[in-house]
Design a binder for this molecule. Structure first.
Ligand SMILES: *Cc1c(COP(=O)(O)O)cnc(C)c1O
Length: 370
């Protein structure tokens, strides 16, 4: 593979930051790559492929309906368009020809995030207009309901680490508000690991990113109530065409979902075993302390927390993080605590050999051995 890096003069990346779109998200397992190749090598009646794989995925997840889209962002745009225009063929083909009436999408203010692109941009693309409910730091069920007007078309909920978590209503509470006002609830769960709980909680449409937790090819998944998913599919004749998903993405994601549901995940204990020699080596460096920390959201994920005594190592953690991106390998960490002198390594996509490289690079930057 080094030839591709050489041919285009690309930087080799060691990804200790988790599933980052900026780094190519994930590396699907060989079975998924095979499914992508099979898709590439054959013709299909595409409607047939969309419908049958959708039904297959729906069966796997025990949901009414499912369809593969090009990415979660496309899923948001097409879900919004679907609830606005339903099966009105003229509106499907002329979504942006005239402003739609009753196109408001009510969203908790703390969910109006930028996940790499703004949620609101995707809602606008789908013909909707965000109306924020609550405040930057809180949104109760009552505050959500208070933002509903006769122009409201749907409620949206962004289940994500990007969203404000405190004083925020749950998906279940949002479902109650949606039911009471006879509105659909769209949940963006792009990076979430549970493919069933938000549907089971009563959401009408739930959107996932295909390459994040599921580790499929670049793609997205929309599941939900049959009628709504059918309306999402109709968008293929409208804005959906500008976000076309190919046979390779459809077959790759379908395969990835099947494996995701059945394959044993790397356990936290296995991650600890992999990172222990790395942590031990780091602890031999002056001014560096490393330890195992567990995922704050309670998932079975262990990470290496590396703490720098900036006075001893003679370099600020921010400078260290950027220096590690500048070397022969671009090494990326979870750096959101760099201002506290702490970085975290997520080892799920890192081999033991790469951990050794990371250790050597850190050692070269902080120099002194104990
Ligand atoms: C990643 C992400 C998206 C976008 O997913 P893509 O598949 O990259 O389009 C949307 N919403 C949230 C909360 C995300 O984390």
């Amino acid at each position: 593979m080094s030839s591709i890096y050489e041919k285009y003069h690309l930087k080799q990346v060691i990804n200790a930051s988790g599933r980052m779109t900026a780094l190519g998200v994930s590396t699907p397992r060989p079975e998924v790559v095979d499914a992508v190749t099979t898709g590439m090598n054959h013709y299909f009646e595409m409607k047939d492929l969309v419908n049958k794989t959708g039904a297959y995925i729906a069966g796997l997840l025990d949901v009414e309906a499912a369809t593969v889209v090009s990415c979660a962002s496309a899923g948001i745009a097409q879900s919004v368009a679907a609830v606005l225009v339903k099966d009105n063929q003229w509106l499907i083909e002329n979504l942006h020809a005239a402003p739609l009436e009753n196109n408001e999408i009510v969203l908790p203010k703390g969910h109006n995030v930028n996940f790499g692109a703004p949620v609101g941009t995707m809602v606008n693309l789908g013909g909707g207009k965000i109306v924020e409910a609550g405040y930057a730091n809180e949104c109760s069920a009552d505050q959500l309901a208070a933002a509903i007007s006769p122009r409201t078309a749907a409620i949206m909920y962004i289940k994500s680490h990007h969203s404000v978590q405190k004083s925020m209503l749950s998906v279940e509470q949002a479902v109650v508000v949606a039911r009471k006002h006879n509105l659909p609830l769209i949940v963006d769960a792009a990076a979430e690991e549970d493919l069933q709980c938000y549907y089971r909680a009563g959401a009408d449409l739930v959107i996932y990113s295909g390459a994040k937790a599921i580790e499929g090819p670049t793609s997205g998944l929309v599941i939900g109530k049959e009628q709504y998913v059918e309306w999402v599919k109709l968008q293929t004749g409208g804005i959906g065409r500008a976000m076309k998903v190919g046979k390779e993405g459809i077959l790759g994601l379908t395969c990835a979902i099947e494996h995701y549901l059945s394959a044993a995940k790397e356990s936290g204990a296995e991650m600890v075993a992999k990172m222990t020699p790395f942590i031990d080596s780091l602890n031999t460096l002056d001014g560096v302390t490393a330890r195992v920390v567990w995922d704050a959201a309670g998932r079975d994920i262990a990470r290496s927390e590396i703490k720098f005594d900036e006075a001893t190592v003679g370099i600020s953690t921010g400078e260290l993080v950027s220096a590690l991106k500048q070397g022969e390998y671009a090494i990326y960490f979870r750096g959101y605590k760099a201002n506290e002198g702490i970085i975290e390594a997520d080892v799920r996509s890192v081999s033991a050999a790469q951990l050794e490289i990371i250790y050597r690079c850190i050692k070269a930057l902080v120099s002194k051995e104990k």
